[in-house]
Design a binder for this molecule. Structure first.
Ligand SMILES: Cc1ncc(COP(=O)(O)O)c(C=O)c1O
Length: 432
């Protein structure tokens, strides 16, 4: 195996960090998620399932830009739609009919969607839905379960919450997934004050029994709105998101990430009786309705429908999930490494073992996977460009990586052999 070098990534990182704090725009794409000096930090291009870094190394990408790349990089049909729109213009001084075309499609596909409003980031959609729930109910408190973006209303629940006023932090409270009692306790504590319950309908844990139905019933009994954050589950679990997959329809829902194969667009959807109050609140921005993203979303969703992309994500994801699990068993690692989540998006969950921390073990796996040509941060973000060949390639890399891990644990060389500072944690505190 030719040893991959990251010298350009490392030197560029030093320069970029002088101009850009973090040297990235996103925590999960930054050096904090990669083993220091042993990983690429900048990508120059992507095609299909593969990306190339600034040192010229090629990788099979399991990250897919944190999930938006649902079809693949430079996907012909989507790129063609973007180029065709580019010839007409990017952004106009009035609304474009494309907004209506996409809105009609979404109202046809998503169970909760009778009306829709677009944003750019997932955080626009969740912040808009929360503001709407507050405006409709004339209440202030929000009960949340999952990760919902970078805005003040939510970030009080995240350990990295400097800069958020206490008055705002005190209005949001976390309940536990699959623990209806934790939600009930919060409703008791903030009786008559809760505007909405916002949750990822599923993150990496599956709903037990009637958990989602029970949340909906309880929220409605207490006069609060139920908001599903489908930023991850949307256009992956089913065309209509987790609400279609689990058969529980919320009052409002937020979609983003996978809806435009990488172009920046998100959407708040909901029942007409709620969404019409969007006209009363402030939800408005210069780049709302930007046309390249609308055209990309239409092409992406049409392609997902036509090519039966979602069954593919399930099938190929299941192959990878099951194959990885078999290899963990083969190498005796399954006691502390397991796969959690559903096939279209699942994670490799690691617990500390043999005196090494979870992040040290994760760093070791990452270094070995990168050396074998897989861009890896501990999740399997499946795309339509991942075929059986790609799954075989990942499993082959895991087989060798797990064997090396087994040795590093047995001979206690894991820490000394890392070759760089380990990964420094994840800032998206999820529903686990
Ligand atoms: C479930 C969920 N909600 C909301 C967001 C925020 O989306 P964005 O980063 O596009 O603002 C994310 C981002 O990872 C997410 O995973």
């Amino acid at each position: 195996m030719r040893k991959r070098k990251f010298s350009r990534s490392s030197s560029l990182f030093k320069r970029v960090r002088r101009a850009i704090p973090l040297a990235s725009q996103t925590f999960s794409k930054s050096h904090l998620q990669y083993i220091q000096g042993q990983a690429p930090l900048f990508i120059t291009r992507g095609k299909g399932a593969y990306v190339w870094d600034v040192d010229g190394n090629k990788y099979l990408d399991l990250v897919n830009a944190l999930l938006p790349i649902v079809l693949g990089y430079q996907y012909p049909r989507v790129d063609k739609a973007i180029k065709a729109q580019l010839k007409k213009g990017i952004l106009f001084s009035l609304a474009s009919p494309l907004e209506y075309k996409l809105a009609e499609k979404l109202t046809r596909l998503i169970p909760a969607a009778e009306m829709v409003r677009f944003g750019k980031n997932g955080s626009d959609a969740t912040a808009g839905a929360v503001r709407l729930a507050r405006a409709i109910t004339k209440r202030d408190h929000i009960l949340a379960c999952g990760y919902h973006g970078w805005q003040d209303w939510y970030i009080g629940l995240n350990p990295r919450n400097a800069g958020v006023p206490d008055a705002v932090k005190n209005l949001v409270h976390r309940f536990e997934y699959n623990n209806i009692k934790s939600l009930r306790a919060l409703f008791r504590r903030y009786k008559g004050k809760v505007a909405g319950v916002i949750m990822e309908p599923m993150s990496v844990e599956e709903p037990r029994g009637d958990f989602l139905q029970d949340v909906k019933k309880l929220a409605h009994k207490e006069g609060a709105l139920l908001i599903f954050d489908e930023i991850v589950t949307g256009f992956r679990f089913a065309l209509g998101g987790a609400e279609e997959y689990f058969g529980v329809v919320p009052d409002l829902a937020c979609f983003g990430k996978s809806m435009a194969n990488g172009m920046p667009i998100s959407v708040v959807v909901g029942k007409e009786k709620h969404m019409k109050h969007m006209e009363d609140i402030f939800f408005s921005f210069t780049f709302g309705g930007e046309c390249l993203s609308l055209a990309a979303a239409l092409a992406t969703i049409e392609e997902i429908e036509k090519k039966r992309v979602i069954p593919h994500l399930w099938r190929i994801g299941r192959m990878l999930k099951e194959g990885t699990h078999e290899l963990l068993e083969k190498h005796g690692l399954h006691d502390f490494i397991e796969l959690k989540g559903l096939p279209p998006w699942h994670i490799v969950a690691i617990r500390p073992a043999a005196g090494f921390s979870d992040l040290e073990i994760k760093s070791f796996i990452q270094r070995e996977m990168l050396q074998r040509g897989v861009l890896w941060t501990g999740s399997h973000n499946m795309s339509f460009s991942h075929g059986e060949k790609e799954v075989r390639m990942v499993l082959n890399a895991y087989d060798k990586t797990f064997r090396a891990l087994q040795d590093a644990l047995r001979f206690r060389t894991l820490r000394s052999g890392l070759g760089g500072k380990p990964i420094q944690g994840n800032y998206n505190v999820r529903a686990v």
